[in-house]
Design a protein around this ligand. Sequence first.
Ligand SMILES: Nc1nc2c(c(=O)[nH]1)N[C@H]1C(S)=C(S)[C@@H](COP(=O)(O)OP(=O)(O)OC[C@H]3O[C@@H](n4cnc5c(=O)[nH]c(N)nc54)[C@H](O)[C@@H]3O)O[C@H]1N2
Ligand SMILES: Nc1nc2c(c(=O)[nH]1)N[C@H]1C(S)=C(S)[C@@H](COP(=O)(O)OP(=O)(O)OC[C@H]3O[C@@H](n4cnc5c(=O)[nH]c(N)nc54)[C@H](O)[C@@H]3O)O[C@H]1N2
Ligand code: SF4
Ligand SMILES: [Mo]
Length: 740
Amino acid sequence: MSPRTAYRTCPFCEATCGLELTLDGDRVTRVRGDDDDVHSHGFLCPKATGVQALHDDPDRLRTPLVGGRPASWEEALAAVDDGLSRVLEAGGRDAVAVYLGNPSAHNLESMIYAPVMLKALGSRNLYSASTVDQRPKEVSSGLMFGAGLSVPVPDVDRCDHLLILGANPLASNGSLLTAPDMRGRLRAIRERGGKVVVFDPRRSRTAEEASEHHFIRPGTDALLLFALAHVLYAEGLTAPGRLAGLCAGLEEIEPLAAPFTPEAVAPACGIPAPEIRRVARELAGAQRAAVYGRIGTCTQEFGTLASWLVDVLNVLTGNLDRPGGAMFTRAAAGSRTAHDGDGRGRGVRLGRWRSRVRGLDETYGELPVACLAEEIDTPGEGQVRALITLAGNPALSTPNSGRLARALESLDFMVSVDIYVNETTRHADVILPGASPLEKPHYDLALYQLAVRNVANYSPPPLAPADGRPEWRTLLALAAIVAGQGPDADLGALDDMVAQEVARRQTSDPASPLSGQDPSALLDACPADRRGPERILDVMLRAGPHDLTLDALLAAPHGIDLGPLEPRLPGVLRTPSGKVELAPAPIVADVERLRAALARPVNGQVVLIGRRHLRSNNSWMHNLEPLVKGKDRCTMHVHPSDAARFELEDGAPARVSSAAGTVEVPVEVTEDVMAGVVSIPHGWGHDVDGVEMRVASAHAGTNSNVLADETLVDPLSGNAVLNGIPVELAPVRAAEPAPA
Ligand SMILES: Nc1nc2c(c(=O)[nH]1)N[C@H]1C(S)=C(S)[C@@H](COP(=O)(O)OP(=O)(O)OC[C@H]3O[C@@H](n4cnc5c(=O)[nH]c(N)nc54)[C@H](O)[C@@H]3O)O[C@H]1N2
Ligand SMILES: Nc1nc2c(c(=O)[nH]1)N[C@H]1C(S)=C(S)[C@@H](COP(=O)(O)OP(=O)(O)OC[C@H]3O[C@@H](n4cnc5c(=O)[nH]c(N)nc54)[C@H](O)[C@@H]3O)O[C@H]1N2
Ligand code: SF4
Ligand SMILES: [Mo]
């Protein structure tokens, strides 16, 4: 067979780069950036080669495992039916918990079919990686704009001033910001005479590329942002312009910001007051500016406040919803706010139920994953006794991993849909294998909702699934099982129901031109032989705002560019008032907690933060030799003054302890981290029994989330505090025993 070319969107991070793959039979022989991709224009990062390495990885699961042994799909699904049915019978719906991991948001099949399974299960114990990630931003956006995914995206290609807090897009390639080649885009800002300003406790790669970088003490972004707002008011620099008429609660911001003078926040933030004043003036003085915060501003104790203040500043400077500011994307498919209405909607309702043990609020149908271990290991009515994980590795990704590992081991039943036997799935009774990226169709239903341009790109699977079982059928089979239909339900009939329901939802959006039309007509418009995720995507595209069909995307293998972002206020809003809610009551009520933090002494305490590396992706790409080879990446960055203070030596192991646990990790002394802060990347620690990832085990590293304290959460979102964890440091001396 002669080599062929296939175009496929990279599924690994949020940048959604177009790849050009050369295939020889069922082997990938070359991975390149697709120069003609309408969004990435040939850009790619080293992780792209992971498509090939992952496909070929001998440790990647290709058959189901039952009790650790290869089994047929029939056996495996029967075992799942047996295990889940017992728990459901004994403990009811809430006794079965689900954890959805990050790759499920990059996966068309799980974006469509995981919710079907969740609905069929009807458990209140739903958890996901969102509550160790962006949930604070979804809470602030939901309260302000009426929908959790109405997250304003910095219009990086047209702004001339970008203020970045807690994001390192040169390593992460952007998050809640789908924009391939952020290095190029940031350089372009500077080349057109603009400025990039970064606040980060580390001199990150993004900080190095910026016009200026300020070290900021972890967890103090909300203080800084309030102080910036304070300066805008004090110096008469607020200029909301047309936004004044589109916002409710604008007048509440000035008194809220009053206590947060630059002088008041300076000691806590570690930033001199005159610098804060200058940054505020330059932000206000820029023609077109955007403030952008990401994981560093979310996974901290004031995550929702900081996320909210980012958009408050965008409003106060007149930059929300205008070109070069922070804008709302109009995605081609899957967005609840694709069509402009009159701005009014039901808004979001949070806290509809609470977690059983700690009483933390539900958000968007989920409980905080920081509660998962206690919901499993605390006896009583409603205790979790079974767990379904889908593309998640909570044993490495969520706080107090030590406790969670013990809890997972104690479950009556666990099933994982995953591609590896890893730190989490080793606890599962049954593992159902997901497919390789080459065996999956791809369309970024989630990430295109946050793209810096309106784009759409569909890639068909370059290869058929090796065992003929696409992941969506596995999810539908699980849905059938938890619905009590047993392991051999008619998945085709279920799929028809799902498609019908999607069509019904599309035609019941009052803002849609299809509102009130017959959903069956929408379904019937799709080619007759189209089924599964392709049919549903086709329905969504047809009902979407850009008049697309799947056939149109199939005819455009490099994607379709639907143009730059356009102003969308008030049509994008879904708030009861029809206005941007600038001072939502729950957020305003939380300001007092921030005020109290002003008085808190720092006193030489050391806090832990994380970091990301370009060649790594959370916990799960460490089994791919091309990506892990070279220098050890799981080290603790320590400032020279702290190294001296705690007698730590470069290259030697240190003992790090927190309220949750203790780890040992090699020290890397560097001035790239601020004094009083240490940094360890998350997602490592592969040297535990039962993991079947040979390469990863040889580059095991340390699990930093052993140190994360699950009792620390941002109260409004329940999001875990993973940055700014108080720790104690000591050298590991040869004679001391290792921690248990
Ligand atoms: N290569 C690679 N790319 C990835 C991932 C990966 O693991 N590797 N993961 C993907 C995922 S799931 C996500 S969510 C995104 C995340 O994307 P980003 O948010 O860009 O993530 P990071 O690169 O971790 O950058 C966060 C920065 O916040 C800083 N920081 C920590 N605490 C604070 C604080 O309190 N305040 C401030 N101002 N800064 C702070 C850290 O030093 C770090 O430089 O990346 C995605 N892309
Ligand atoms: N300390 C600290 N902790 C953090 C973070 C931090 O910055 N600091 N970041 C947090 C963030 S932003 C995130 S998103 C989470 C990530 O948390 P998780 O989503 O729990 O973890 P991942 O490492 O992404 O694990 C993904 C899992 O999916 C599997 N997988 C990969 N591809 C597929 C597929 O196609 N199908 C199936 N079925 N399975 C697949 C992998 O084998 C792996 O088990 O970690 C969080 N944890
Ligand atoms: S930047 Fe992200 S999407 Fe692009 S090639 Fe790298 S991992 Fe893939
Ligand atoms: Mo994430």
